[in-house]
Design a protein around this ligand. Structure first.
Ligand code: ADP
Ligand code: GLC
Length: 486
């Protein structure tokens, strides 16, 4: 019998995406399914998924889901388009038919996020019952699905069919916890003992991620180093104490990447293909992207540094802004693609006006441009303050774009510093989160760049790294198996 795993997440490509969770929630199931698992994915239905009879069908209607004093009725849909595993959606338009996933661009977090994701989490059980398909493992991702672990612990396991179901919570980013006022606890329908210091109570508030950490059988996070970092107060965001208590249940597994979607030898988004043996197409990609972004002819021979990121404190964008004038002295070009904090967006636009020949800022979420930048750039900048895993440094390496990263979390686990290890290096790291350390790494990278033979070897080493999901999928399978016997 194949292992049965239900992935529950709030986003997954190509259906809905704000960040790396979407990439992982789509491509890890693919790798698990290639290794023989019966894996299925469950998502909320957003307007980004077109309800066209060719690609999606309703499989259950008017399913009652209790949330506080209300009973909401939801519909389940199944994806019929191309996919290597079944994908189901929960439709509740009142909650999910909105242009943004979690946040209103002007008003901040949606006020009903608690109700939205309680409804989603409580639907997990109803979906399985409806499908008459009970998973061995409920694999819950981030706070939006984390309450599923509490429901299994307090409710669902008393149904004989669910008694052997085990729960795994994957934390993609401990900073996002789903924190709500105490009064919202009533919406969960959990017994009062769940609102305790051992449970989901957190300094007088209701913490959904904490419920997941407290009640799931196992906890994973997306790199080994991040799994160690979150045990310390600095990166623990107030949950390090509980995580230390649950340390035996915690494991760090480095994410992989989708090496089909991110493949410079067949990427439909880029103007010329290339690979580690023949990098000439990369020159074409650089030329085209520089031109498309309107960099003047005179600077197009300069090294091109890029950033593709959510523009938030975590990502250290302010460090780049601080270092910008010095970077310009080094004669690099900089292209930034991102959206996020309006203050950072404004500062980036100001930087663009100050250095109009060498800086371009595109404030958009643009998948195709992200691919074109990865393909056309020389250097990728990721000065994150913390980074649970990070995917862009791996996408970059695959496209022969050398990453400069802060030595933290998954960045530290996936990048080998070419200064410390010239024979094996595939990128550059800096070890203190300061402008000086960042500029030091950039200077080291530019020195290597000027030696075209050395740079080529560095690019080839980076491109030949194996970041495919196979290894991680094997580790997840071993973990699922251990959970079922343990
Ligand atoms: P995080 O999930 O913390 O944002 P990751 O590095 O894990 O960071 O993943 C970010 C993902 O989102 C990558 O696939 C990246 O290419 C994508 N991304 C981020 N910002 C943009 C953007 N503005 N346009 C297109 N893709 C973006
Ligand atoms: C989160 C993290 C990022 C990670 C991604 C996928 O968004 O911030 O580091 O790569 O999840 O696991």
């Amino acid at each position: 019998m194949p292992l049965k795993i239900l992935f529950c997440a709030s986003e997954a490509t190509p259906f809905a995406k704000t960040g790396g969770l979407a990439d992982v929630a789509a491509s890890l199931p693919e790798a698990l399914s290639a290794q023989g698992c019966d894996v299925r994915l469950f998502l909320p239905l957003y307007p980004s998924v077109e309800r066209n009879t060719q690609t999606i069908k309703v499989v259950a209607e008017w399913i009652p889901i209790p949330v506080g004093v209300h009973t909401y009725h939801v519909h389940f849909w199944q994806w019929l388009g191309p996919s290597s595993y079944p994908v189901y959606f929960m439709e509740k338009d009142e909650f999910f038919h909105r242009p943004h996933l979690y946040v209103h661009p002007l008003r901040g977090d949606y006020e009903d996020n608690a109700e939205r994701f309680i409804t989603f989490s409580r639907s997990i059980y109803a979906l399985c019952k409806h499908l008459d398909w009970i998973p061995d493992i409920l694999h819950l991702h981030d706070w939006q699905a984390a309450c599923g672990a509490a429901y299994q612990h307090f409710h669902w396991r008393y149904d004989a069919a669910f008694s052997r179901v085990r729960t795994l919570l994957t934390i993609h980013n401990l900073a996002h916890q789903g924190l709500f006022p105490e009064a919202y606890f009533g919406l969960t329908g959990l017994p009062s003992q769940a609102y305790s210091i051992e449970g989901m109570e957190f300094f007088g508030q209701c913490n959904f991620l904490k419920a997941g950490i407290a009640y799931s059988d196992r906890i994973s996070t997306v790199s080994p180093r991040y799994a160690r970092e979150i045990l310390e107060p600095k990166q623990g965001f107030g949950l390090d104490g509980l995580l230390r208590r649950r340390q035996d249940a915690l494991i760090g597994i480095l994410n992989g990447i989708d090496t089909t979607r991110w493949n410079p030898s067949q990427d439909p988004h880029i103007p010329a293909f290339f690979d580690a043996e023949n990098l000439s197409g990369k020159g074409v990609c650089k030329e085209k992207v520089l031109k498309a972004l309107g960099f003047p002819e005179a600077v197009r021979q300069s090294p091109l540094c890029v950033v593709v990121s959510r523009l938030v404190h975590q990502k250290g964008i302010d460090l780049i802004l601080d270092a910008l004038d010095d970077m310009m002295e080094l004669s690099v070009c900089l292209a930034v693609l991102g959206t996020g904090d309006p203050h950072l967006e404004r500062l980036l636009l100001q930087a663009q006006s100050r250095h109009s020949d060498r800086v371009r800022v595109v404030l958009a979420f643009d998948e195709a441009l992200a691919h074109r930048l990865e393909a056309g750039a020389d250097i990728f900048l990721m000065p994150s303050r913390y980074e649970p895993c990070g995917l862009n440094q791996m996408y970059s390496m695959r496209y022969g774009t050398i990453p400069i990263v802060a030595a933290t979390g998954g960045l530290d686990d996936s990048v080998e510093d070419a200064v410390q290890n010239p024979e094996k290096g595939n990128g550059f790291k800096f070890y203190e989160h300061t402008k000086e350390a960042f500029l030091g790494a950039l200077k080291a990278a530019l020195e290597a760049y000027r030696d075209s033979e050395k740079w080529r070897r560095l690019q080839q080493r980076a491109m030949r790294e194996d970041f495919s999901w196979d290894r991680a999928a094997r580790t997840y399978i071993a973990l699922y198996e251990a959970m079922l016997v343990g």
